[in-house]
Design a protein. Structure first.
Length: 414
C-alpha cells in the first residue's frame, strides 16, 4: 500500500488543476477586459462575472460523480476533455452582440472544471497532514498562476487571431493535462451505486461538521467576506483608469500576475503544517487588504503595476490557505472526500460571488475608490474577528502535534 504522504506527489496537483485554472483565469482577466473594450459598463461586467462563476456554487449538485464508479483520475480526464470542447463554443460569441448566449454557454461550460477541482480535493484529503499543506500550495499555484498566464495568452492571441481560432488554441492547451491524469497510480474505488444513498451520506457529513465546534467555526470562516480576491476579476476592467492598456494588462495581470499568484500560493508551503490554518488564512486576508491600499494611492500606471502585483501575490496565499483549511476540515477518514470537499468549495466560493457584486456596487456608487475600499473592508473585518477570538479564547498558533485533522478531539476542543 502506498504511503499516503507520497501518493500522488504534491507537485502533480499543479498540473492536474490547470484546466480549471485556465477557465478561472479566462473569467477573471480576458473576459472582463474584452467586454470592457466592447463598451460594456463595469457594473454589467460585474453581473456577468457573478453569473459565469456560479458553477463554483451549483457544481456541488454533480460533485458526487467523482466519488462514484470510476477512479478520480478518470473523472479528471473526462472533465478535462469536455471543458476543452466547451471553450470552442463560446469564444466566437465574446462581445456586445451575443451577451446572453455567451453568458449561458460560459456558465454551462464551468461545470466540468468543477469536477476537476472536486476530484483533486478528494485526493488531497487522503494525504498526510504535512503533504496536505504542500499539495494545497501546488494546486493553487497551478490554478491561479497557470490561469493568469493562460489569460495573458488569450489576450495576446485575441490581438492577432479571430476569437474562434483563439478558442481552438486554448482548447488544445486545456486538453493536454487530461492525458497526464492516467499516470496517477490510483487504486480502484470501492463498489458503489451512482447516486443511491449519496444524499444521505452528504447529510451525515454535514451533521458531523455541525457537531464539531472547530469544523463549524472553520466553515463559517470560509464564507466570511475575506480572502476571496474578488477584485482580481474587475482590475482589468478598471486598468484604463490608471492609463494601462491591453499590453499592460497582458503583462501585469497575465504573465507577471501568473508568476506572482504562483509565488504567493507556493509561499503557503513554507508555513509549518501544525500552525492553525484559520489564523494564517485570516492573516493572509489582512495582507491582501494592505495590498489594495497601494491601488488607492494614485491613478498612475506605476500604482496599478505595484498595487496589482501585491494584490495578486497575497491573493495566491489566501487561496492556498483556504484550500489547506478545506482539506483539513474534510479529514482523512471521510469516505466521499471529493463530495465533501466540493461542499466546502461552495462555501469558499460564496464570498467570491457576493464580493464581486459588492465591489461592483462600490464602483457604481463611488467609482474606482469605492470598489477598492469595499474589497479591502471584507479582509479587514475577517482578520479583526478572528484575531479577537484567538486573543479572547487564548488559542495558540500551533496545533497539538498529534492532531491530523479538525475531526480529532484535540482540535475540537479548541
Amino acid at each position: 500500500m502506498r504511503d499516503p504522504g507520497r501518493w500522488p506527489a504534491p507537485w502533480l496537483f499543479s498540473l492536474l488543476i490547470l484546466p480549471l485554472g485556465i477557465i478561472v483565469g479566462f473569467n477573471f482577466t480576458p473576459l472582463p477586459f474584452l467586454l470592457a473594450q466592447a463598451g460594456i459598463p463595469v457594473d454589467r461586467i460585474a453581473s456577468i462575472s457573478t453569473i459565469v462563476n456560479l458553477p463554483a456554487v451549483l457544481g456541488v449538485l454533480i460533485a458526487p460523480l467523482v466519488d462514484t464508479k470510476f477512479r478520480r483520475r478518470t473523472w479528471i480526464a473526462i472533465a478535462t476533455f469536455v471543458t476543452a470542447l466547451s471553450v470552442c463554443t463560446y469564444f466566437p460569441l465574446i462581445g456586445a452582440a451575443h451577451l446572453k448566449p455567451m453568458t449561458a454557454l460560459i456558465l454551462l461550460g464551468g461545470f466540468p472544471p468543477f469536477l476537476i477541482g472536486a476530484a483533486c480535493g478528494g485526493m488531497m484529503a487522503k494525504l498526510s497532514q504535512s503533504a496536505q499543506s504542500r499539495a494545497a500550495s501546488w494546486e493553487m499555484a497551478g490554478q491561479l498562476g497557470g490561469g493568469a498566464v493562460a489569460g495573458a495568452l488569450v489576450l495576446w492571441l485575441a490581438a492577432r487571431l479571430p476569437l474562434a481560432a483563439v478558442g481552438l488554441c486554448i482548447a488544445v492547451l486545456i486538453a493536454l493535462p487530461g492525458f497526464l491524469s492516467f499516470a496517477i497510480p490510483e487504486p480502484p474505488p470501492e463498489a458503489a451505486s451512482w447516486f443511491r444513498g449519496r444524499l444521505t451520506q452528504m447529510g451525515k457529513e454535514a451533521w458531523s461538521l455541525i457537531g464539531s465546534p472547530a469544523r463549524r467555526w472553520s466553515t463559517v470562516l470560509l464564507v466570511a467576506p475575506g480572502g476571496a480576491g474578488a477584485a482580481q476579476s474587475l482590475l482589468p476592467a478598471i486598468a484604463s483608469h490608471y492609463g494601462v492598456g491591453a499590453t499592460g494588462v497582458m503583462w501585469i495581470n497575465g504573465i507577471g500576475g501568473g508568476a506572482l499568484l504562483a509565488m504567493g500560493s507556493l509561499s503557503g508551503a513554507l508555513i509549518p503544517g501544525d500552525w492553525d490554518r484559520r489564523l494564517t488564512y485570516a492573516a493572509a486576508g489582512l495582507m491582501n487588504a494592505l495590498a489594495t491600499l497601494v491601488l488607492l494611492g494614485a491613478n498612475r500606471p506605476a500604482a496599478y503595476l505595484w498595487g496589482t502585483g501585491l494584490y495578486l501575490i497575497t491573493e495566491g496565499l489566501c487561496w492556498a490557505r483556504s484550500t489547506a483549511l478545506m482539506v483539513e476540515i474534510v479529514g482523512v477518514e471521510t469516505r466521499d472526500a471529493g463530495t465533501f470537499y466540493s461542499v466546502l468549495n461552495v462555501a469558499v466560493s460564496l464570498p467570491l460571488l457576493y464580493m464581486i457584486r459588492l465591489d461592483g456596487w462600490g464602483f457604481s456608487k463611488f467609482g474606482t475608490r469605492g470598489l477598492l475600499w469595499t474589497d479591502a473592508a471584507g479582509n479587514l473585518l475577517m482578520f479583526v474577528v478572528v484575531a479577537a477570538v484567538f486573543l479572547i479564547c487564548g488559542l495558540g498558533l500551533r496545533r497539538p502535534s498529534n492532531s491530523r485533522s479538525l475531526t480529532g478531539d484535540a482540535a475540537s476542543a479548541s
